[in-house]
Ligand binder design. Structure first.
Ligand code: 6PG
Length: 253
């Protein structure tokens, strides 16, 4: 039976704090369900500023006590090819915001090899995925994504397909802010997770959110995120959702 693309669930919450809490709740549930059902969980994190408030919540009660850290493997959706202590490092930010303060075994944290040459780094991370998932295309339990106001997600930038190179599952790219080389998961991986959630905050993203969710034509990478058989959730704060039709959204608490 072919897997169908489920319609996205759009949840709007009042503000950045509620967005962080909604993201942390979703993270906890996806990870706890996976560990209960399959004995382990694999989650892939995006970087940028939006997820940082959520990540910091994970390091404190109730999340730090309820998430089954010993069964969790953390991967990255993308990262900039800079040193881990560079402020632009997605891994560095996640390490500071929660990983260094929760009981996840170090060998279960899988940062991207950002100090390699770009293509080599992409090949090495594809191997890391294969070591964990086996030779079938990776199926993450949770993939967390953001969007840029330019319509990128992960490090997949609009109108720059030619700039992305690498093996099928992981690509190297150049662009974004900062404009550096990056490694990014590719659509075959991003479209297979059991739960995929976009976290979007801020009025500066509202026009792009409307284009992505209401536009007819597929023009931007987030519109190509249609998980086969998985759950797709958009978690938006009210400023980011301000241009969406009311009947399109379910209001979070
Ligand atoms: C990256 C991120 C990227 C991010 C968006 C949103 O490495 O740049 O993974 O895809 O999700 O750029 O970033 P903000 O949350 O900072 O707006």
């Amino acid at each position: 039976m072919t897997k169908k693309n489920l319609k996205p669930k759009i949840i709007v919450v009042s503000d950045v704090q509620q967005l962080a809490e909604a993201g942390a709740d979703l993270f906890e549930k996806a990870v706890a369900d996976a560990v209960k059902d399959r004995g382990r969980a694999a989650a892939a994190l995006s970087g940028g500023s939006t997820p940082r408030a959520m990540n910091r919540l994970l390091a404190g009660p109730p999340y730090v006590d309820r998430i089954p850290w010993k069964g969790l493997h953390l991967f990255w959706v993308d990262d900039r090819m800079v040193a881990v202590d560079d402020p632009a490092s997605n891994f560095g930010a996640a390490r500071d915001d929660f990983i260094s303060r929760v009981p996840i075994p170090a060998q279960q944290v899988h940062p991207m090899p950002v100090l390699d040459a770009p293509i080599r780094g992409a090949e090495r991370y594809a191997l890391e995925l294969k070591n964990y998932f086996g030779s079938k295309a990776p199926v993450f339990d949770l993939i967390l994504l953001g969007i840029g106001s330019d319509g990128h997600t992960a490090s997949l930038f609009p109108h720059q397909a030619e700039a992305h190179q690498g093996p099928e599952w992981v690509l190297s790219a150049r662009g974004g802010n900062p404009d550096v080389y990056r490694l990014t998961l590719n659509y075959p991986v991003l479209n297979r997770a059991r739960t995929t959630a976009f976290l979007v905050s801020g009025r500066d993203k509202a026009e792009m959110v409307r284009t992505l969710l209401c536009g007819d034509e597929v023009r931007y990478p987030p519109q190509r995120i249609r998980p086969e058989g998985g759950r797709l959730v958009w978690l938006l704060d009210r400023p980011a959702a301000t241009l969406l039709p009311e009947d399109m959204c379910s209001m979070g608490e």
